[in-house]
Each structure stands twice: as C-alpha cells, then as structure tokens.
Design a protein around this ligand. Sequence first.
Ligand code: DCP
Ligand code: MG
Ligand code: MG
Length: 586
Amino acid sequence: MSAPFVDCAEMEDDPAEEDLADAGPAEPEEVWRSTAADPSPSHRRCVIHIDIDCFYAQVEMLERPELRDKPLGIQQKNIVVTSNYAARARGVGKCCLVTEALQACPDLVLVNGSDLTRYRRMSARIHRLLTRFSRRVERLGFDENFLDVVEAATRAAGGPPVAAPPGHALGSADSCSCGCSARLTAAASLAADVRRALREELGITSCAGIGFNKLLAKLAGATHKPDQQTVLFFGGVNELLLSAGAVRSLPGVGSRTAAQLGDLGVRTTADLRRATPAQLRPLGSAATVTALRALAFGVDPGEVKPSSAALSIGVEDGFRRVDSVEECEVKLRELARRVLVLLGEDGRTPTVLKLSIRRYNREDYGRFRESRQTKVPPSLFARWREREREVGDRLLAEAMVLLKKMLKDEPFHLTLLGLAVTGFSEHSGSEKAGIARFVQKAASSATKRKSLDDATGDDAPPGGVDPAVWESLPPDIKSELIRDQEVGPSKKQKQRSIASFFGGSIDSKSGGGSGTGPEDWDPDVFSQLPPDIQFELKMARRSAGRGAPSGDKKVSPRGPTAAGAAAGAGTAGRARNGSILKFFKK
Ligand code: DCP
Ligand code: MG
Ligand code: MG
C-alpha cells in the first residue's frame, strides 16, 4: 500500500525538536532491515489471540436461535454497538447510529444490549475455557483473550513435523530459521483446538491470530473473519503491517491519536514508519513517540499477563446530558453510595478513588473517557459501616474536587460519570465486615439451591460469595460484582510493565535519572528495536530525571498513562497518548 512521504521539512522550525530530529531514520526500509537482520530474540514468544465473532450478537443468537438467519443489531441507546454477519453483509457495521443502520437495512432486528450481565457471563465462561489451554491467558475487554502457548508449542514443535498449519498463513514458514515457524505452526494447531472447544462446548465461533507477539497475533487474527484463523510467520510481518493501511488499524492507536497523526500527515502504517521522531513530537513524550513508531514495525515487548481478580470496584451512570455541577453532585452522590455497597461486599480497603467522565462528542459516539484519580487514606474506611454517611460524603467531596479539576470552570456537556475505588491494600481483612461477612456466614446455613446454570458454572459467583446468597442479589449488584471481578490488570501493574519496557526504571520514582546506560534494559527487547528507536529510548531515559508528577494523576481518554510517568513526560502528552502506551502495557 503506497503512501505519500511526509514532508519532514515542515517540522524543522520547531526548536524543541532538535535532539530528536537527529535520530530520525533516513529510510524506513533500512530500519526494517536492521530489525530483521537478527530477528530471533524477538521470536521467542508464541501467542494466540482469540476474538469472538460479533460477540453480543452471538450471545443473543444463542438464546434466540430464530435470530440466526436474520440481520441483527445490538442496540445501546441510539447506537448499534455490534451486528451479526448477516447484518454486516447488508451494510450494518459496528458502532453506527440506529438511524443509519435502519437506512442501510430496514428489516434489521434490533435487540437491546444495555444489560451486560449475559455478555459478562459468557465472557467469563470463555475465559475459563481458555485457561484449560494455557496457564497464561490475558483477557482484553469482553471478547478477546491472548494465550501464551510457547510451552505447548515448543513441546509440539519438537515432535513429528506438521505439513501445514490449519487455517490461513501469512508469509512463508521458511522465512526464519530460529525455530519460530515450527512453534507457530504448532500453535496454529492448538488454536484450531481452542476454537473447536469454543464451538462445541459453548456454541461460540471465533477468530484466532497466531504470532510471535501480541500485536502481531491480534493483527493476524483480524485478516480473516469470521470463524477463521491466521498464522503470521516472520516473512509475512512486513507485508501485513504495511497492508494494514490506516494507522487506526494498529492496536494501540485510538481514533484520537489517529486524528492527531492525520493532522501531521501520517495516515498509514507506512507513513508512520517514515515519520521522524521530530515530526511525531507533538503527540507527546519521546517514549510515547517511540512506542508509537515501534507499533509500525511490529515490535511489541508486552508479555501475556494472566488476568486476575478484580483490581477495582466501580460503577457508572450514562445519560444524555448533564451540564451543571449540581447535577453532577447528585449523580456522584448516588455513585458513591453504590460504590460503598460494593466495597462492603468486597471487604478490602482501597487507597485510590478514580473519577471518570465522558464528554459529549458527536463524532466519536462518546467512546472516550477521561479519568482522574486521587489517593484516599485507608483510615477513611476504618469502621466505615458505622459512619456510612460520613464516608459517603467524603468520597463525594473527593470526587467533586477531581471533577472540578477536569472541568476547569469551563462549560461542559457530560454523558457519563463513573466512580471507582482501586489500589487495594493487601491486609484489609479487618474490614471484611458488613455484607461480606453476611455473605460468607450465609454460606454455612443457607440451603444450596443450585440451578443447572450454577452446576455448569455459567453464573458462578465471584470468589468467596455463597451461591445461594448470590442468587438472591439484585441483578445490577450481581453484574457489577462480576464486571469488577473480570477487569484486567491494575493500572499499577500496567505501569510497571510499560516502565520495564522503557528501561525498567525510567520512572523517576524508581530510580530514573541515575542510570542512563543500556545495561539494565531487557536485552532481547532492546536488541529487536531499530537503532533510531533504541536511541530515542536512551534519550527518553536521559530526560527521565525531570520528574513525574505526584499526587493525583491524570488518566488518558482510553486508559492510564504509564508511559508518561515512565518517561517523566509532560502531562498533556501523557493525557493524550495513553492509548498507544496502554497497548504496550497489556
Ligand atoms: N462493543 C461495545 N461498544 C463498542 C465496541 C464494542 O459495546 N464501541 C461490544 C459489542 C461487541 C463486543 O464489544 O460485540 C466486542 O467487540 P468487537 O470489536 O470484538 O466486535 P464484535 O465481537 O461484535 O465483532 P467482530 O466479529 O468484528 O469481532
Ligand atoms: Mg469480537
Ligand atoms: Mg473484540
């Protein structure tokens, strides 16, 4: 796919770019070759990415088989968030307005998908099934999972050779001699087994991508849909990335970043490869720019991190319009109350309060959230059930402070408010009181009324909750508990991982600014990067001593901003570019 060269000259006037400008590669193809010259260290991993086909629609079709052959859209408010493939064939895509969808397909059947409970339940079942195939399964959203299958694939690769991998293959298996092709071929067979199990046991079809890192596995899986699988050998990497076309198709590049890149004349992956660090500098810190460019070269050092139990407890409320502080306060008071209910059931003590907002934006259909968080003293929650009102008021007050910081005294139009607590301290057993204690006590005395669903583990309660009590909880509380159990790794964990990618201790708090040499980088990760990216990382490292902000932290529209902290970069850059770095943190 050809793309116009970006005119680098236009950036030369900016004095702030000086040092990074020198690091820019003259020819992207050279850079790629330098990466390709010694590819093997970066091929150690073996990753399967599973993405369920038209997820919400499949859940609905499983419950109502008569919908299978009809064009089906899942509606939330005035948006069709997904559609089945019959509807897609009729021009109804994902995330379009209901009016547009009905225009394209007047006989579209619309099902309300605002209650996420059944989707969460299926998501949990899928995740459970996948953990049979690998100890390392990382959940990404509701319907995607990464499986690290390097152990099984290495074992299988040592056995009798397999003629050809099942499904599609990109690139030739002969393209690398480090052993990755045999592992990927074996992993492709494993992926076929996984998909068969999903189909036979849960009735769910899926797509799989197999690659030697998460980025490539995800990209590969998206090349053949639905109900297909694709393995990406080393020889196909370059072509796949360049044919990916728009930068938006790179996992980690959200529409906001894509728009910013577009403003800089960078529209395709090929453009991004050609772009110099200086050109990309307006997007944020050097580390952000580096991470972004690394994506275009297929470099992803992120490990598959097994998803664990809930690391935050949160609730949110979506609405058409809230534009006064008073209305926000009313909403937040209710959210604080609900968070406390959930916290009581959980029993742990949080140390961080996080507020999320979504601003009205006609163009992005409200996909972006902004968050801000602040520390809360654990003592606040001591015996809080005896002073519930006081604690609720305090949470509300903290949330209002965060809100005011985000709104900056400017007019606003919000469509969502969310409140969450996180940063749970390990030893908070003393707070395991209230509902939590009640729930556990009930386990010994309540009659076990296990439904068939329970018996098959479909609606399993979160850890430690008695199933009989679980059944009696209101649906919204159940769904919140399930959701919170199912969230991914904590921001802290993610921050650690991005920090380790960017040199382990770039974060000023963890010793950045002292060592600037490459000796404590992960050598494998470092060596797989193109020379200019290596240079940038060292530059980012060098500037790390300038200090990350403390206190409450800004969080980007699409996620936390680890790299900002990691690189000690400016707040604006961090806030804007969380999505890229978020990908690396996965
Ligand atoms: N979803 C949502 N809002 C969005 C995007 C997605 O509610 N803006 C929900 C609906 C989807 C589910 O998340 O069913 C999974 O998202 P995917 O992007 O994987 O889309 P699908 O699984 O529906 O379709 P595909 O077959 O393309 O994977
Ligand atoms: Mg999907
Ligand atoms: Mg998906």
